[in-house]
Structures are given as structure tokens and as C-alpha cells.
Design a protein around this ligand. Sequence first.
Ligand code: 13P
Ligand code: SF4
Length: 335
Amino acid sequence: MTPEELYEKLKNIRLGGAVCQYSLRKCAEYIPLINEINELKEAKNAVILAHSYISPEIIYGVSDFVGDSYKLSRDALSTKASTIVFVAVRFMGETAKILNPEKEVLIPAKEDGCTLADSITAQQVKELKGQYPDYTFICYINTSAQVKAQCDVTVTSANVYNVVKNFPNDKIYFLPDKFMGQNLKNYLEHQGIKKDIKFYSGTCYVHEEYGLDDILKVRLEYPDAKIVSHPECNSAIIEHSDFVGSTEQMLTYMKGTTSKQFLMLTECGLSARLQSEFPDKQLVGSCTMCKYMKSNTLEDILRALKNPSVHDRVILDEDTRLKALKTIEAMFRWA
Ligand code: 13P
Ligand code: SF4
């Protein structure tokens, strides 16, 4: 790859004024690292999966697959490579390992976390199951493999409504996101579907930043702007949105509409991707950053590929993996 080729992909990204912009000189600085990673990837029969929240120089410089957690879990299943470098957060890398026990899965992120995945432990799920024995336990993909292993079905933001709607039990315990749980409950009520939905108290620290004020301010200044939000946002936001969906569904929505202005209520990485891929559309308002996703750098990817540490490698005990796998297979069945 040449600096000019990379710059062509990154030149339209303008987040927070001058905070995140790419010059040809900056692109030239990235190129030696990018080319080394791409060569090593080929030599080691590795692929790089990157979530849409990841920094643009990674997405457009070295990734083979990009998308939301649902798409990436399908991509992880389809790849023939022997090593998967999952540039995202730990629970996404764990999902790839659950689906591909024979492959080496590496997570180069320095910050091991996600406020949702960290909000609940397997022991807490066990206790909840004791309190709600008749309920089907449905977990968001943003949970550890150990938590998944205690549940019945995994869902992602792309299929949570459909899975819960289709699942043949009217008593559902959803975890760990309280906003997504409330949004799910509201959605089913609006559809006239009677289900008893209980949910846990976790939140995503990036999406809980947004309030109705953000929408009202933008609507005053840009009355034609479409409000597009992620289901991890609170219910007031969801009610006032023109579209709600996973990060990949948000992108598909933008692609399919003739509207020109959008307020994207999600992490900045998606906004950067949209600016790169749809330069004729205007993003208004601001976005928020996830420190866990942004703790992945080109240097980390190179290090993990060259010489993976114990921290980089995903290792799961087989009993946990098999139990967690059942919940992901249930998702593929019910989505
Ligand atoms: P998506 O699956 O919609 O990309 O969401 C993942 C996530 O972590 C959102 O905060
Ligand atoms: Fe977790 Fe929120 Fe970051 Fe997504 S944006 S990985 S839910 S902390």
C-alpha cells in the first residue's frame, strides 16, 4: 500500500474539528507498519477482523473484515486462515474462539474491557437463575465466555428484538444492558407481543453519555437531519430516533436513504467509517469514544502477530467453550 492509497481512504474523516484528521504525511508515517503487518499476515496465514469502532488507519490499512459483532462472528466462522487477529475487545475475540477452537485467536488490545461485559459475572448469573428458574436467560454478546456459558441464548444488537420475539418462552431474563433491556420491552409492547421481560443493570459508558438534549439541539439547527441510534442508548433517545440498529445496520440505513444529514448516536469509529465511505453525507453533532476499542494500535497488531503474549492469546476451557457455543448456535437458529 502507498501513502497516497491510504490517504484516499482517510482524507474525508473529520471528527471533532481537527482532533481526528489525516494528512498525506501522517499516512506516509503509517505505511511501513501497515506493509509489515500485511506481509506478516500472509506469511502466517492470518486474517484481521476489525470492529467499526476501531481507528481508521487499522480498518483501511490492514483489516480483512470489518463490521458489527454479528457480522464479525459470521466472518470468523467463514475464514480458512489459521490465525484470527481480532481488533476489538475481549468478548468479540472470545466469540471467535468459541466458534473456532482449532484456530489461534489473538486480541492485541491493551485495555481489556467493556463496561457492559464487566458488569456481570458467571456467579451472578447463577444466582439470578436461582431466583428466576422459569426464565430463559438471554445474554448480549457483550459478555464474557463464562457468562455466556450460564445462559441459554446469545444475541447481538443486530438480532436482539427478533430472537426474543421468536423464542418460545414468554419469560425472558435479558442481561447485562439495562437500556437495551428496556428498549426490548418497549419494542415488544409496541408490537403487541406479551412477554415478561426482566433485565439486569449494566450500561455502556459510551452510549449512556447521550441524552434527549443532544437530539433536540440538533433538530433545532438541522431540522432535516436523520437521528440514527444504537440500542445501547436510553429509551428517550430510541423513541425520538428515525432509525435504531446495530452499527452495521446504521451504516446500511445511511447507504439506503437519500437524506444528506445524520446525527449518529454511537462511538466515533463508526462516524469515521461513514465519513470515509459516504463523503457526500454530512454528520452533525458529536460522537463519543470507547477507550477499550481505541486501545488497539498498529504497533499492538504487529507485536501480537510477531510474538503473541499470553495476554494476546484467547484460551478457553473446553467445558465453558462448549456451553457458550450452544448459546451462539441458538442465536444463529432464532435470529
Ligand atoms: P455492534 O454489534 O452494533 O457493533 O455493537 C457492539 C458494541 O460494542 C456497541 O457498543
Ligand atoms: Fe463496550 Fe460500550 Fe465500548 Fe461497546 S462501546 S465495547 S459496549 S464499552
